[in-house]
Design a protein around this ligand. Structure first.
Ligand code: BES
Ligand code: MN
Ligand code: ZN
Length: 490
């Protein structure tokens, strides 16, 4: 999808040729003298256009306007959130038609974040997955022009939003692909393809190298699968070496059957999304490659399948992680933490300023927070505050969850340093407590995206979250999290 930003008021927009025009109409709408304003004013007066966000009024070849289709879209207070709702509804109403070029018109100076919300909502509402269809229903909408009274003040925001869209769509693409089209090997190739972008390098480790590193926990998960594991290391380096990087660690379970602790059949297909954390890391790198900010970011992806097999790990097996800690695997379905813990240990070598892992880790987090906010856990208040703010600004919100030491009680065992599961109670938190044991050497946060990475039901598909949150954090909040850009002491 192509986006462009144009300085064009409502009067100018009325005479602009386009397949479809979406005009955002806020609560306190004040009509100008132009034809478009007059139409909107009449509709409001006749109570045919509620300005509530998400309400639309459509017309075909409206007299006096150059567009083929017109959608007057109620946008309430014109805040970022309302604009998102308005654009989502308006684009949904035209996306099955023939419109290829959309003109999206703001009347006054847009509120902070409103242009970004418009760009992202237009992309979201018109997105279609096509990769594994023989006759793809291609996306009809090809071009979106955002018309504002003055383009210059919102140019930076617009460019960020464009990059976020490209990143989110890459994340969606990989998360949506079924597991036979998104194996660890293919995921690694997708990462390697990103190294064509400026400032990005990619290194892929296979089973022999991972064994040499001593990643016994990661290897244990993969040993029941015919697909060889991959450990992906992405680097985006566009700041002096002295500037410590942020490390992103994405859970890359390309399919989670549960292993010997096999999952029930209903909805098991959704476990193709169990590499959504990994997909979000790819998405962030794609966006960084486009935006070229002056920062250093490392991406780590432990990728493998979790399968039942004659060679698979069995409940009660004890493995030794890269950190040296031994782990009793009481439930082979709690595999995410087993691959992440070794990646966290690997992250130490970068002397990072912060490490953020992103994982579809627990069904319990989905129960706790649903699909609205991702679960966020952090041992560092400043980092937690930055992530919370980044999520709210990006309309990709998270919510901080606790890490009291008492929650780790259930992970105790007689047979190893730690067990990989505790009881059912507080399952998202005990999973985070497990990870925390491997994140003692740096400032760390964990995002449990089990509820937010994809949608079920009629709108089934990946959401591309939390690419938006992570990008906002990396681009802005990194400076605000209370630390200077120095490497942590050795
Ligand atoms: N990938 C799942 C988590 C998951 C489940 C995400 C459902 C989204 C929807 C993870 O590997 C898992 O199986 N977790 C177990 C942990 C349990 C065995 C302690 C879970 O949540 O049931
Ligand atoms: Mn599992
Ligand atoms: Zn899993």
């Amino acid at each position: 999808m192509n986006f462009e930003l144009k300085t064009l008021g409502w009067a100018g927009s009325a005479s602009e040729q386009c397949d479809a025009m979406v005009a955002l109409v806020g609560d306190g709408f004040k009509p100008g003298k132009d034809a478009l304003s007059q139409l909107a004013a009449q509709a409001i007066k006749a109570e045919d256009l509620p300005t509530k966000a998400g309400k639309c009024l459509s017309a075909y070849r409206p007299a006096g306007l150059a567009c083929t289709r017109l959608v007057l879209a109620g946008a309430a207070d014109l805040s970022a959130k309302s604009v998102r709702q308005a654009v989502a509804a308006a684009v949904a109403s035209i996306k099955d038609g023939a419109a290829k070029h959309l003109l999206l018109v703001f009347q006054d100076a847009p509120a902070k974040g409103a242009v970004r919300a418009a760009v992202m909502a237009a992309a979201e509402a018109s997105y279609v997955y096509t990769t594994t269809q023989s006759k793809p229903h291609a996306r009809k909408l090809q071009r979106v022009t955002i018309a504002v009274a003055a383009a210059a003040p919102v140019k930076a925001e617009f460019e960020r939003a464009q990059a976020a869209v490209v990143g989110i769509e890459l994340a969606k693409e990989w998360a949506n692909r079924p597991s036979n089209h998104a194996t660890p090997t293919l995921l690694a190739q997708a990462a390697q393809a990103l190294a064509k972008l400026p400032k990005i390098k990619c290194e892929v480790l296979g089973p022999a190298q991972v064994k040499k590193l001593g990643m016994g926990s990661f290897m244990a998960v993969s040993q029941g699968s015919e697909e060889p594991l991959r450990f992906i290391v992405l680097r985006y380096e566009n700041a002096p070496k002295a500037q410590a990087p942020v490390v992103l660690v994405g859970k890359g379970i390309t399919f989670d059957t549960g292993g010997i602790s096999l999952k029930p059949a209903p909805e098991m297909d959704e476990m193709k999304y169990d590499m959504s954390g990994a997909a979000s890391v790819l998405g962030v790198f794609r966006a960084l490659g486009q935006l070229q900010p002056a920062i250093n970011v490392i991406g780590l992806i432990p990728a493998c399948e979790n399968m039942p097999d004659g060679r698979a790990i069995k409940p009660g097996d004890v493995v030794t992680s890269m950190s040296g800690q031994t782990i009793e695997i009481l439930n082979t379905d709690a595999e995410g933490r087993l691959v992440l813990c070794d990646a966290l240990t690997y992250a130490e070598r970068f002397k990072p300023r912060a490490v953020i892992d992103i994982a579809t880790l627990t069904g319990a987090c989905m129960i706790a927070l649903g699909g609205v906010r991702s679960g966020m856990f952090s041992s560092d208040d400043a980092l937690a505050a930055s992530l919370l703010a980044a999520g709210d600004a990006a309309l990709d919100p998270c919510w901080r969850m606790p890490l009291d030491e008492e929650y780790a009680e259930g992970l105790k065992t007689h047979f190893a340093d730690v067990a990989n599961v505790a009881g059912r109670a507080g399952g998202a938190i005990t999973a985070a407590k497990f990870l925390q044991r491997f994140a003692a050497k740096f400032s760390w946060a964990h995002l449990d995206i089990a509820g937010t990475a994809w949608k079920g039901g009629a709108a089934k598909g990946a959401t591309g979250r939390p690419v938006g949150l992570l990008l906002d954090y990396l681009l802005g909040a990194v400076q605000a999290d209370g630390r200077t850009a120095k490497r942590a002491p050795k």
